[in-house]
Ligand binder design. Sequence first.
Ligand code: 13P
Length: 291
Amino acid sequence: MSIENAKGMLIKATKGKYAIGAFNITDITQMEGVVEAAVNKKAPLIIQTSVEPSKFLGRKVMVAVYRAIAESAPIPICLHLDHCTDVAYCKQCADVGYTNIMIDASKLPFEENVRMVKEVTDHCHTVGDISVEAELGTVSGVEDQIKVVEDEAQLANPEQSVEFIERTGIDLFAPAIGTAHGVYKTKDPKVDFERLGKIAQLVNGQGVRIPLVVHGGTGLPPHTVAKLIEVGGAKFNVSTELKRTLIDAKFNYISEHRDEYNPGKVDKVVKAAITQAVEQWIDVLGSAGKA
Ligand code: 13P
């Protein structure tokens, strides 16, 4: 049985100084491509869906496909709802079988963020073995329905992070440390390693309790990823790269085979491209062979 929540696999990763890829998918072909990569590499896996694709396919369909694929895969796989701002939808996804939920109230004042996150955490811990992720500070860029301009982005305060974790009861913590959703404007984006290290020390210094999440994986150079893992990052979210991989693979294949009209062939090309991209990420994260 390889249906898992995110917490256990990420605690192991934090202790082992490697990280697990959390890959956003928008359709079933992408989901299959991501799983194939993780199976090939024997790596634990987190599949993520933003709210929009979850609603488009339907949360029950998403979970049914996840379970069908994951149950016969020889690796642990989690299904995560990403950046959901709506408490009710978080609960609905938990109820139908998502195994990790991210409630994102990071744009709201601290007390309101705590209140909403606690409500979702209490629900998830009551209905099943579902872990919960939440964010403090704001990650710039665009992710699904959430838009934050760079100037507004605020980094997570380490002491306040501890208070946030204790008051909400969350399982995974995503502090804003300067990474951004979308494509970075520079090849070597500025990331606040020290801040992540300080939070890791405060939260996990006496034994790993709450794995730390790095958002904005697309475009982070491997040396930055390695340093983030070294200071305590355990879950790396990758979305934009896979969206681009899907669109580019489809576009290029159709452009070159304009008279073919064979959707199965297009899907195969997309799946192979996604698998290749995810295998590269798994190598950078060091999670190959850890399943
Ligand atoms: P990117 O789109 O920059 O890869 O960020 C993904 C992410 O953090 C999703 O939560």
